[in-house]
Design a protein around this ligand. Structure first.
Ligand code: OGA
Ligand code: MN
Length: 334
């Protein structure tokens, strides 16, 4: 990972590229006193790079949430907090992406809860399985493993992956204008097939439906909206659908379209745009050994395709209406 060039493209930020086509480390942000001008520049950097790493932000849980709310409406854990469960870190807005167990120790990689997280190791976008998808995710480190033990987060550039598809294939995809069904059960099964062998993504009735090829409105660039949650393509026989999903996921996640971002300090924060990038947890020798405490806020998309082809409904009703999602989501969600 290195810097390819320094571009004086912003007044208050400086940009260190992490990859030739996307992803940047952004320096010069004062999270303690963020001006409107700087906030707008962060937005512009997000539109261009899709993934921005901010080192040592100094953000607390509360400040992380407050900053995220400045971007848009936040998704919450409320709908998963059934049977008296409480959010791990006291805020419904914080999704737990870490490996801390209920006693504050390191989660056993063979525990049921760990199995729920294994889908995170596959390239995905957050919340494509929800009727209203997510725009930005803001993931902040609270505690990271000692250096050399892995735990990076990897990203893939689905805009450049679209740009470089064969023009004939692009034409075909635009003409067909496919709709993809997404379910969290799909990535759960792929992430831990044995543990989830009885989980059926089709068992909840409708899945979340989003178009495969979309325009990323902040940049005006097309992208391939595909993820490990992608279960099926509407109108195609299963074999063709499976083959096309695999072909596109393989294409988007080729090494040349990806970059691996290292967490270095507590309070490092990565913001990514789920509408033009994919990501995955990279794993490593820290698992079962060292704490990796990462907490995420998730912003509801407000672009014109936020709801895809889904009926608009109260977010708290989503799980209730989708039994496969409910079964998959019992412990933690991503
Ligand atoms: C997430 C996620 C990856 C990681 O928080 O949505 O996928 O590296 N995290 O923990
Ligand atoms: Mn994720």
């Amino acid at each position: 990972m290195g810097s390819y060039s320094e571009e004086p493209e912003f007044k208050t930020l400086s940009i260190k590229k992490l990859h030739p086509t996307f992803a940047a480390e952004v320096e010069g942000v004062n999270f303690q006193n963020l001006s409107d001008e700087q906030f707008q520049e962060i937005f512009a950097a997000m539109a261009k790079y899709g993934v921005c790493m901010f080192r040592s932000t100094g953000l607390s849980d509360e400040a992380h949430i407050a900053f995220s709310k400045r971007i848009g409406d936040l998704d919450t854990m409320r709908r998963y907090m059934v049977d008296g469960r409480k959010p791990r870190y006291g805020h419904y807005e914080l999704f737990d992406a870490g490996n801390i167990d209920d006693q504050g120790g390191v989660l056993d990689p063979n525990s049921p809860r760990a199995h729920y997280g294994k889908g995170n190791a596959l390239f995905h976008v957050d919340s494509s399985f929800n009727p209203r998808r997510a725009s930005f995710s803001l993931l902040r480190a609270v505690h990271i493993p000692p250096p050399g033990n892995g735990g990076n987060t990897d990203f893939a550039d689905s805009r450049t992956a679209w740009d470089e598809l064969d023009p004939e294939f692009q034409k075909e995809l635009l003409e067909k204008d496919y709709t993809v069904n997404h379910s969290i059960a799909q990535s759960r099964k792929l992430g831990s097939p044995e543990f989830f062998k009885d989980l059926d993504p089709t068992n909840g009735g409708v899945m979340a439906r989003h178009r495969l090829i979309q325009t990323h409105e902040p940049s005006g660039r097309r992208n391939i909206y595909i993820a490990a949650h992608s279960h099926s393509i509407e109108g195609l026989p299963k074999e063709e659908s499976d083959a096309l999903i695999k072909k596109l996921l393989d294409h988007v996640t080729q090494k040349k379209y990806t970059t691996s971002v290292e967490w270095k300090n507590p309070s490092d924060m990565i913001i990514w745009d789920n509408r033009c990038t994919l990501h995955r947890a990279n794993g490593g020798t820290f698992e079962g050994k060292y704490k990796r405490d990462l907490r995420r806020t998730t912003v509801h998309d407000d672009s014109s395709t936020a709801w895809g082809l889904n009926e608009k409904q109260d977010t708290d009703d989503w799980v209730v209406n989708h039994s496969a999602t409910k079964a998959a989501a019992q412990t933690q969600v991503k």
